[in-house]
Design a protein around this ligand. Structure first.
Ligand SMILES: *[C@@H]1O[C@H](CO)[C@@H](O)[C@H](O)[C@H]1NC(C)=O
Ligand SMILES: *[C@@H]1O[C@H](CO)[C@@H](O)[C@H](O)[C@H]1NC(C)=O
Length: 159
């Protein structure tokens, strides 16, 4: 997959999952998954499961290019699956300008979990402003430096 495709895909999934949850009835297509290249499949899988609460779907694929595992938040309308891919021929997957956008019950608690896992917090919740209004959003990073945007579930569909 080209990086540009991956990059655009992240923003597309953000919009599509927001739209899908706002209006579940009229759906003619869906974006099922986004794949991220990671340095260590085992470590990233553990991180996304223990820190972000994703579950292992049990699906595993191995292509000549990469091994992958498929994770998803548990539940019916919980957004795109997350495919973690470890390339067999090393390539750069560190600090790419890509973000995953999560909506959670408790932004601060989620940010603390990311911090406790030893990851950097790049925006403390409640410190950023949008059109002069303080927003509850926080940002951290995952093991490879992908950005994790954390928003309140109550804001889903309003943004
Ligand atoms: C990958 O991560 C796992 C789990 O954290 C660790 O046990 C293993 O040593 C790591 N592998 C490499 C090659 O760093
Ligand atoms: C934001 O606040 C500044 C300073 O208080 C003010 O000058 C500006 O007009 C405000 N902008 C909006 C979009 O409300």
């Amino acid at each position: 997959m080209q990086l540009s495709t991956l990059f655009l895909g992240i923003f597309a999934v953000t919009l599509s999952s927001v739209a899908a949850q706002a209006a579940p009835a009229a759906r003619s297509a869906t974006l099922g998954a986004i794949g991220l290249g990671v340095t260590n499949l085992t470590a990233s899988k553990e991180f996304y499961m223990s820190v972000l609460g994703l579950a292992d779907t049990g699906q595993r694929f191995s292509t000549p290019e990469f091994d992958e595992v498929i994770l998803k938040l548990p539940g019916a309308v919980t957004g795109s699956a997350l495919v973690l891919m470890q390339y067999k021929k090393p390539r750069n997957v560190a600090n790419l300008p890509i973000k995953l956008v999560f909506y959670v019950d408790d932004v601060k608690a989620q940010i603390e979990k990311i911090r406790k896992a030893g990851m950097r917090i790049t925006l403390e919740p409640g410190t950023a402003k949008m059109a002069n209004r303080t927003i509850p959003t926080g940002f951290g990073v995952d093991l490879d430096g992908y950005a994790l945007e954390i928003n309140p579930l109550s804001g889903l569909g309003k943004a």
